[in-house]
Write a protein that binds this ligand. Sequence first.
Ligand code: GDP
Length: 455
Amino acid sequence: MEINDTICAVSTPPGEGGIGILRLSGPLAHFILRKIFKTSKGGGTFESHRLYLGSIIDPDNLAIVDQAYAVFMSGPRTYTREDVGEVFSHGGFAVQRKILSLMIAAGARLAEPGEFTRRAFLSGRIDLAQAESVLDVIESETDEELRYAVGNLRGALSGRIGMVKEKLTNALVETEALIDFPEEDVDVDEEGIGTYMEEAREALKSLVDSYHEGNAVRHGMEVLIAGRTNVGKSSLLNALIARQRAIVTPIPGTTRDLIEDMIHIKGIKVRLVDTAGIGLARDEVEEEGMERVRRRIPEADLVLWVLDGSRPYSPEDEEVYRTIGRRPSLAVVNKLDLPPVLDQEILREKGVDPIYISALQEQGTEEVKQAVYTRLMGSSRRGNNVLVTNIRHRTGLARALEAVDRAIGSHKGESPKEFTAFDLREAINLLGEITGEAWTDDILHEIFSRFCIGK
Ligand code: GDP
């Protein structure tokens, strides 16, 4: 790919909109802008970083294509560090297609997906981890997701990785001094090497661990609603999503399939799955439905075990309890509005501390949401302002952690110092791959092909 050419693209989503934005980046940006845009004041050149009102003109016949704003930004103070032009026209298929074709006729070529961001990376304006978080920002659905994505875009993850690399580099330099010179000739603090490595290890571990939470923020977590028939699972799902989705009926066993819905709890995406009641199956369809629940339980991040407070504890309840087994679960006793019949002692003996609710009257459902959040997030949230949400980053960090572990092992043991140095170098390289100091065309293709055109 030629880096010296000028690229253009529509940066806003296709379709009709109040405005549509087109971008140009490369050495011809100013030339092209001048050719197709006439400012209303009639001036021929653009002052950098200044917005002009004017018209898009077809240079072939001087026809006015649209009224628009345009800005020229002289590199390197731009997204790509190249000269950049932007046109804010009306948003519509015909108008944007026409402007794009004028840009191409004037010497630009259509940008590939993510090419603007790719140029920002190649010019050194942002590193690879930051470039990837551009996509995370665009794809963020919740405030929480956005907060971490912007943090990483601004370099939070890269900064943390840089810190780890510095510690590892210090350890490496000292280790190499031990290799190159006999101990009596140099003043190397062997304990200090160990400390650098331990500190790096700690920081790496907390980044790797944050992926679980990061993944939850990014992709949501699954909460399965289980319980025997008629305890109010569908009603609880409805109360939690606060709109009618599952069909609630007084006939036992009507939720034969799995019904799913997505809710946001404090910025975390939670996929709620309502299940067929576990119990004594009455027909094959129910049997199949229950089998699905059993299979699904191990995949769920949390199981809500729903009980009916107005009925005695039954063998079916016990079967649900046993099916859930050791999976993380929360007990919910429903139908608080009816006279209490359920023997609470049975739950207490199991060490179960339930939340009492009335799904019908939407009582206690906020407590359920709160408890779900706490259980899903645990205490890991404390002080974690960098979250790893990207699998590529997690893989690299985990491999770097393994290398550091090996380095620590050989440093403490009797192994030659060369082993320690080797593993330290490997860890440093792996971290460099995340931020993009070492990259290949394949890596770049893999990353930027996920972008849309115009970004
Ligand atoms: P599921 O089979 O566990 O999904 O149970 P449903 O949600 O279909 O509810 C079964 C029956 O219990 C329906 O008639 C609901 O109206 C009723 N029900 C659900 N929650 C409550 C509640 O909090 N109080 C009362 N009184 N009835 C409820």
